[in-house]
Ligand binder design. Structure first.
Ligand SMILES: *[C@@H]1O[C@H](CO)[C@@H](O)[C@H](O)[C@H]1NC(C)=O
Ligand SMILES: *[C@@H]1O[C@H](CO)[C@@H](O)[C@H](O)[C@H]1NC(C)=O
Ligand SMILES: *[C@@H]1O[C@H](CO)[C@@H](O)[C@H](O)[C@H]1NC(C)=O
Ligand SMILES: *[C@@H]1O[C@H](CO)[C@@H](O)[C@H](O)[C@H]1NC(C)=O
Ligand SMILES: *[C@@H]1O[C@H](CO)[C@@H](O)[C@H](O)[C@H]1NC(C)=O
Ligand SMILES: *[C@@H]1O[C@H](CO)[C@@H](O)[C@H](O)[C@H]1NC(C)=O
Ligand SMILES: *[C@@H]1O[C@H](CO)[C@@H](O)[C@H](O)[C@H]1NC(C)=O
Ligand SMILES: *[C@@H]1O[C@H](CO)[C@@H](O)[C@H](O)[C@H]1NC(C)=O
Ligand SMILES: *[C@@H]1O[C@H](CO)[C@@H](O)[C@H](O)[C@H]1NC(C)=O
Ligand SMILES: *[C@@H]1O[C@H](CO)[C@@H](O)[C@H](O)[C@H]1NC(C)=O
Ligand SMILES: *[C@@H]1O[C@H](CO)[C@@H](O)[C@H](O)[C@H]1NC(C)=O
Ligand SMILES: *[C@@H]1O[C@H](CO)[C@@H](O)[C@H](O)[C@H]1NC(C)=O
Length: 747
């Protein structure tokens, strides 16, 4: 006999029927539909002692148990015309003279229960049985089968008994799925050793016991799902045998106690060890599983250290480490980079013990971390210079930055509550980046002890107090971002005007700041004064002196959010937009010769545009829109040769738009909403009078505001002489930022 036609003795599977409302009624043929009655009559002729249960005219149940049916079950049997059958019991009959099991069983698609036990059927189980998608129970006990089955999927069929050892005679079987079949008793060990088997899914058979054998040499097994079974044993020695295995899921079992080092010889892609009860450590060879892209160690009771070779898993996209006991953790670890890994859930408590003495760089950014488990009062790492927890979903309590670290980035999380007042003398924090959280209250005053602080980014939080003037005494502060918070009150105090001598970038936009700025306001901002475009030939990036961290920040311009992934040391910006400042634009702004971006839009400034703006030779972007600025646009602005973006719209400016220089490239959007402006950029062209008057005013240094009358006249006369071809420019602004400052456009 061909190996592939070995007879099989199946101990517990065939279709048996349960029909809720049926009670045996042996005289109900007249309830059947006429055509189905005819089938039954034919069936009666085929076998002796046929009985049927009927309901609502359709034959949905048929119990022929122990009817002493004796003869072949043919493929054209009338049985297979009873398409409404939900329950069929052919147990205890003798069909041993049937040549095969008719594949027509597959047509009875409504079958929920099929019982062929003790029916002496034999031959192949037809693959069309897989059509019986409603099948809930199958009883094949004590029937003989020859098998040529490749795939057997009985997922969620309630088998409720043990599998016969003879299932291992299915030598052609490549795929066996018995998940959720309520299997009981011992799993036939030899099934693991079938010569062609590639996939075995036994998951969710809580009562299934058994153990893994030593696999056959060069096993073809690719997928092994053992989740939520009661199997036990040792981890199979994978050395030569399981080289094909890609997916191994023994989660929710107590199958293994230890992972051997030889695990590294597997070629796993998916390895799910969650919810196990391992005793001991992760093997140090784990990092050799180079193809691994899913590793779940959630609640697996591993202890000891995370092997540093995790860092070698370059394909890893999913890593779950929560709920373990990594206690005596890696003391030598210096660098831990688990960023961008989809690590989920809590930061486990063992984490606080990793490399207490040695760990310097720790990057857990871009994961799905949500909480700290048992956070210590002060972060424990003595030599930490960089902790990057940014872009997670961390919330609740706030970790206290280690006072000797240099960089702490927790941006893009959901931290709530107040910042702790725990910064102490000698704090050497260089960067504190808490952008995009939900932090409330005040900036802790003790931050002033961090005299090395260069970058403070508290943007996009819910901070709510007056301007922290004491920040001006941080001697190294270069970047200050408080944008989108609830800060309020003045930002100038006549008693405390040290100015920000090293400041390059200040972004106070979208707050509730108010008050006037005196004309000398910017006078001590020495850094912006000195940085000039001369330095552009050899620009560096902020944070260049640290090996790892490049400071980054986000600026928003006209609704476009731009992320500066690295900040050039020559980048300078002042953004006070969207507040309630009023009074004059300070003349001293003209001192800031190195200023590149100035945004004072959406305030209540009510003054002339200071002609000193023309001194800011480096200026590339100027936004004064949505204020109450009046008077003329100073002719001096035409000398700003780097100016690529200008917005003066929504003010009360008048007179002709100065011509020349970059002004020839700006479009109407730069000027619209100013009733009195005219020029080729606008629909309203300037008349002779306006031009003449403007010229005259410059020559005679007449007071500004003089031309107002003339403008009105010019407008009234409708004299249009200025006609120039519009200089077509695309919005260069973003190109410019990308080109000059390595910007990522976020939306
Ligand atoms: C299974 O195959 C073995 C030989 O490999 C044979 O001895 C045994 O009878 C077969 N079992 C059944 C139930 O067919
Ligand atoms: C069987 O069917 C007959 C005829 O419809 C009916 O009178 C009788 O009550 C039924 N018996 C049972 C047990 O349902
Ligand atoms: C089934 O086919 C056989 C011939 O193979 C024939 O003799 C028999 O009458 C057929 N039975 C039915 C119910 O059609
Ligand atoms: C079943 O029927 C066959 C003949 O068709 C006969 O040889 C065999 O003994 C029967 N088996 C039983 C258990 O009655
Ligand atoms: C199948 O029928 C036999 C004989 O009536 C019975 O002992 C067995 O319990 C049935 N199987 C199921 C799953 O109900
Ligand atoms: C499966 O069948 C067994 C025995 O028939 C029964 O006790 C159990 O409740 C069934 N399970 C489900 C989920 O139907
Ligand atoms: C890993 O196992 C856990 C527990 O059984 C399960 O919830 C999770 O879906 C599994 N992951 C995969 C990718 O199958
Ligand atoms: C977890 O592992 C440790 C040894 O590392 C062992 O002592 C402990 O019993 C395990 N936990 C459970 C619940 O078995
Ligand atoms: C990481 O892989 C490289 C090359 O494959 C190897 O030299 C190095 O030892 C591995 N590191 C660890 C910690 O296993
Ligand atoms: C801004 O401050 C004013 C009063 O100073 C207050 O009425 C207003 O609600 C504040 N706006 C916001 C958004 O906090
Ligand atoms: C820019 O140049 C000025 C003078 O040339 C110099 O004092 C300053 O340190 C330079 N700045 C940078 C950031 O290189
Ligand atoms: C942390 O890792 C992310 C993603 O891998 C990277 O973009 C970021 O620059 C790293 N952070 C630091 C501070 O090096």
């Amino acid at each position: 006999m061909n190996n592939q036609y070995l007879p099989l003795f199946l101990a517990s599977c065939f279709f048996f029927i349960s029909l809720s409302q049926t009670s045996s009624n042996t005289s109900s043929q007249h309830h059947c539909l006429p055509d189905q009655s005819a089938h039954l009559l034919q069936l009666r002729q085929e076998f002796d002692g046929v009985t049927c249960d009927t309901h609502s005219g359709e034959v949905i149940g048929l119990d022929l148990t122990n009817n002493q049916l004796n003869g072949p079950l043919k493929s054209n049997s009338s049985l297979f015309n009873l398409r409404y059958l939900q329950k069929l019991n052919l147990a205890l009959n003798n069909f041993s003279s049937s040549a095969t099991i008719p594949s027509e069983f597959g047509q009875l698609v409504r079958l929920m229960h099929l019982n062929l036990s003790y029916s002496f059927l034999h031959g192949r189980i037809p693959s069309k049985i897989s059509w019986l998608s409603n099948l809930a129970s199958l009883d094949l006990s004590f029937s003989y089968f020859e098998y040529f089955l490749r795939e057997l999927y009985l997922g969620d069929v309630n088998i409720s008994s043990s599998l016969p050892q003879s299932l291992a005679n299915l030598s052609s079987l490549t795929s066996l799925s018995l998940s959720g079949c309520n299997l009981q008793g011992e799993f036939p060990l030899n099934i693991f050793l079938l010569p062609n088997i590639q996939s075995i899914d036994l998951s969710y058979n809580y009562k299934l016991v058994g153990f893994l054998p030593k696999f056959r040499f060069r096993s073809s097994l690719k997928k092994l799902h053992l989740r939520a079974t009661n199997l036990f044993g040792e981890f199979p020695n994978p050395m030569d045998n399981l080289g094909s295995l890609n997916v191994l899921d023994p989660s929710k079992t107590n199958l293994f106690r230890e992972l051997p080092n030889s695990i590294s010889n597997l070629n796993l892609l998916i390895f799910n060890l969650s919810y196990n009860n391992f005793h001991g450590q992760l093997p140090f060879t784990l990092g050799n599983l180079k193809s691994l892209n899913y590793l779940n160690l959630d609640s697996s009771n591993f202890s000891g250290a995370i092997p540093p070779s995790i860092g070698n898993l370059s394909q890893l996209t999913h890593l779950f480490l929560v709920y373990n006991n990594f206690h005596e953790a890696q003391n030598e670890l210096q660098t831990l980079d688990l960023s961008n890994n989809k690590i989920e859930g809590k930061i486990p408590k063992w984490f606080w013990n990793v490399g207490k003495e040695t760990l310097g760089y720790q990057n857990l950014s871009f994961n799905l971390l949500s909480k700290f488990e048992h956070p210590p009062v002060v972060l424990p790492w003595k030599n930490m210079y960089l902790l990057d927890l940014s872009s997670n979903m961390l919330q609740e309590s706030f970790p206290i930055p280690p006072f000797n670290s240099l960089v702490l980035s927790i941006r893009n999380n959901h931290f709530q509550g107040n910042l702790p007042e725990t910064f102490i003398n000698g704090c050497s924090l260089r960067t504190l980046d808490l952008n995009h959280n939900q932090i409330e209250g005040k900036i802790p005053r003790s931050l002033v002890k961090c005299q090395m602080l260069e970058v403070l980014n508290l943007g996009n939080n819910k901070l709510n107090n007056a301007f922290p003037f004491w920040l001006e005494s941080l001697p190294e502060l270069k970047i200050l971002v408080l944008r989108v918070n609830g800060f309020h009150g003045p930002i100038w105090d006549p008693c405390i005007n040290f100015g920000f001598s090293k400041l390059h970038v200040i972004d106070l936009s979208h707050n509730n700041f108010s008050g006037k700025l005196p004309s000398e306001y910017f006078q001590n901002w020495c850094a912006i004064l000195k940085v000039t475009s001369n330095n552009k030939s050899h620009p560096g990036y902020m944070g260049d002196d640290s090996n790892y961290y490049k400071d980054s920040m986000t600026i928003v311009n006209k609704g476009v959010e731009l992320e500066l992934v690295k900040i050039l040391t020559i980048f300078t910006a002042i953004d006070l937009s969207d507040n309630r400042f009023y009074g004059q634009i300070p003349d001293s702004v003209g001192n800031l010769k190195g200023l590149i971006v100035l945004n004072l839009s959406c305030n209540k400034f009510m003054s002339h545009i200071p002609s000193s703006l023309g001194n800011i030779i480096a200026l590339e972007s100027l936004d004064l829109s949505q204020n109450s600025l009046f008077g003329e646009i100073p002719q001096q602005l035409t000398s700003l040769t780097f100016l690529e973006y200008l917005n003066l719209s929504q003010n009360q400016l008048f007179c002709p738009i100065p011509q020349g220089g970059q002004f020839l490239t700006f479009q109407s959007s730069s000027f619209e909403g100013n009733f009195g402006l005219c020029g080729f950029q606008l629909l309203k062209k300037c008349g002779n009078n306006e031009i003449a008057t403007s010229k005259m005013r410059h020559e005679s240094s007449l007071g500004e505001g003089f031309c107002w009358k003339v403008v009105v006249i010019g407008y009234a006369c409708g004299l249009v002489i200025g006609f120039l071809t519009r200089h077509v420019v695309t919005s260069k602004r973003t190109d410019w930022l990308v080109r000059n400052f390595g910007v990522n456009l976020r939306r």
